[in-house]
Ligand binder design. Structure first.
Ligand SMILES: *Cc1c(COP(=O)(O)O)cnc(C)c1O
Length: 355
């Protein structure tokens, strides 16, 4: 079964007379012993079946992407060596900085440094398309290098339709299903995926003991969102490529960071690694923070909001957030939604030209 078919077909009840869709099961406990926090629920299980199958492993649903990340970090002993990208989702950086671990930050493009670090590290944490600079590592080389510890990949930006890190040799995949998997900006949910049974059981135990379990409604909505992931992503990527190309040609734009552009420093790595380049386009406008805020104030269709991966296009200036000092001040991160591409371009063009 192709992934596009799997995400429509999997995770459904099979008994005659059942509804086509796995229902929302609001339960803490079940007859004859099962307890939801430990044993899960049918709604979580359906979601886990779909995501696990897409990634080629077994999935566990968590309360949020950060809950899934926190479960992974909780597997580490004190003093563990952790390697994070210099450009990385800020929540994960905060989590790593707050723990009793020895942190090393490496640029995603520096393959040699990652390969070297793998020999000593207890955890390598990678983003295949980094947030928000959209840098792309040579994941194949890093995952194939000898390593001491775990390799975890935050696959939120590519989604399993564009990349399956476990196939390349990663130990763990983490998702913020809040983003593209759910796809409608109406839930918080995370997923961790592993292939190896003991690792999976350690993660399950972490979820059970930390209590970082998803809600029944959230799991249902994420599963419902997943059914349309393939068509959403395809459309979003097509529009993202078009907008990236037009932005690049616009005089008010200094630089566009989209892995689908041949001018992107990670373009060759991205072409080799990914089936598609994702729904997020970052670009630097002239005039620094003020210029970027001006554009944000003038867009009418594109929502000035954080987060990404929803059906509605959103945009924000990431350097306005704490801990983002490495970003160009004029950088805007655009999450491309499902609106008409020409409407979106008209909105961006008008905002860039002060209309
Ligand atoms: C949003 C995000 C997270 C955190 O996920 P939540 O669901 O908000 O907890 C982790 N990694 C990446 C790349 C993200 O974009």
């Amino acid at each position: 079964m192709k992934p596009e078919t799997w995400l429509v077909q999997a995770g459904r009840p099979k008994a005659p007379g059942s509804p086509l869709n796995t229902p929302i099961v609001p339960a803490s406990n079940f007859l004859l012993g099962a307890y939801a926090r430990e044993d899960g629920t049918p709604t979580w299980a359906a979601l886990e079946e779909v995501v696990g199958g897409l990634e080629g492993g077994q999935a566990l649903a968590f309360a949020s992407g950060m809950a899934a990340a926190a479960a992974v970090f909780s597997l580490l002993p004190p003093n563990a060596r952790v390697v994070l990208p210099t450009d990385c989702y800020q929540g994960v950086v905060g989590l790593a900085e707050g723990g009793p671990w020895r942190l090393l930050r490496l640029p995603l493009g520096d393959t040699e440094a990652w390969v070297e670090a793998a020999k000593e590290a207890d955890l390598l944490w990678l983003e295949p398309i980094s947030n928000p600079l959209l840098e792309v590592p040579d994941l194949r080389a890093i995952a194939g290098a000898p390593r001491k510890g775990l390799l975890a990949v935050d696959n939120t930006f590519p989604t399993p339709l564009n990349l399956r890190p476990l196939d390349l040799g990663a130990d763990l995949v983490v998702h913020s299903a809040t983003k593209l998997l759910g796809g409608h900006s109406d839930l918080l949910l995370g997923v961790a995926v592993a292939r190896e049974e003991t690792l999976l059981e350690r993660l399950r135990r972490a979820r059970t003991l930390q209590g970082a379990t998803p809600g029944a409604l959230e799991a249902f909505l994420a599963l419902r969102g997943l059914r349309t992931l393939a068509v959403r992503l395809e459309r979003m990527q097509k529009t993202a490529q078009l907008l990236a190309e037009r932005l690049q040609a616009h005089p008010q734009v200094e630089r566009v960071l989209y892995p689908g552009l041949p001018t992107h420093p990670g373009h060759d790595r991205a072409r080799e690694l990914l089936r598609g380049f994702g729904a997020v386009v970052s670009f630097v406008v002239k005039g620094g923070a003020e210029g970027a805020d001006g554009v944000l104030g003038r867009v009418r269709l594109i929502r000035h909001a954080t987060s990404l991966g929803g059906v509605e296009s959103t945009m924000e200036r990431r350097s306005a957030l704490p801990g983002q000092g490495h970003l160009p001040p004029g950088l805007l991160r655009l999450s491309v939604g499902l609106e008409d591409p020409e409407d979106l371009w008209g909105d961006l063009k008008g905002a860039l030209e002060g209309a």
